[in-house]
Design a protein around this ligand. Sequence first.
Ligand SMILES: Cc1cc2nc3c(=O)[nH]c(=O)nc-3n(C[C@H](O)[C@H](O)[C@H](O)COP(=O)(O)OP(=O)(O)OC[C@H]3O[C@@H](n4cnc5c(N)ncnc54)[C@H](O)[C@@H]3O)c2cc1C
Length: 285
Amino acid sequence: MIPASFDYVAPTTVEEALAALAQYGDEAKVIAGGQSLLPVMRMRLNAPEWVIDLGRIASLRGVRDEGDSILVGAMTRHCDVAADPLVAEHAALVARATATVADEQVRHRGTFGGALAHADPAGDLGAPALALDAEFVIAGPAGERVVPGAEFFQGLFETAVSEDELLTGVRLPKHTGWTAHYEKFVRVAHQWPICAVGATLRVSGGVIEGAAIGLTNMGATPLRAAGVEAALVGQQATEEVVRSAAALAADGAEPPSDLNGDADYRRHLVTVLTRRAITKALGRV
Ligand SMILES: Cc1cc2nc3c(=O)[nH]c(=O)nc-3n(C[C@H](O)[C@H](O)[C@H](O)COP(=O)(O)OP(=O)(O)OC[C@H]3O[C@@H](n4cnc5c(N)ncnc54)[C@H](O)[C@@H]3O)c2cc1C
């Protein structure tokens, strides 16, 4: 289908984009890679009168070293995140999850910030960002604010970014030397997962010294499997430790039931995927 007609503006700075948002208010929608917004507009589920394209704002693209963390610009495309050496070295879980997003075409248009701002519970990037204690940098009329991951995802397709604000970047604390794996279970290739698990671990001398586990599509927002993490840290990296920790993965989760599987199915699936994710992450040590 063809989208409803709209006017288009392509600012070259964040300030201009914020001014356009202030001017057009709830008649406007920002577009990043368009990989989620355009389908919705084509189905006429959303019909903004103004589309504000962030594609010409150079300052929103790229990955920067900030000392203890790296900053991924909101408009950095999935293909660039997946190939970035700083991301590979300091946030391996994000690199691995990003490489599983959709197919090459989508990864060449879709952006890190667009995917996180969209906040699809089945999106692959929220759980890894949460697991890495990401901080979300948001610009608005009152200036810049930084929101921790636990407060960024507020519900189904809902984030801390208000209508007059922009997500400008995501700060990822360095997890240098942490091994990582993202285990994704799909019904159809190149699509969103029924459920997925991101695991990243710091292991020394066979002992798990650090563990961060994120769950995708196990609720309205990405989740952190705190019980699994606690059961791993300080333990020898053995099959039995991994198995009993992974059994805790569904604790506290309220997964959806849909045509791909009901909640009980997902509760079981997430324990299997957690065991696989941790085992494969350990295999990379
Ligand atoms: C066929 C197909 C398969 C896909 N498979 C997967 C998959 O397997 N896993 C997965 O995770 N994703 C998948 N996606 C989604 C893909 O990752 C999109 O790139 C992503 O969801 C949206 O990113 P975008 O840059 O295209 O954002 P857009 O579509 O441009 O925007 C999405 C939403 O976020 C808002 N927005 C965008 N940027 C900002 C910003 N900086 N500040 C505030 N609001 C902003 C927009 O207004 C819009 O509401 C798939 C998409 C397609 C078309």
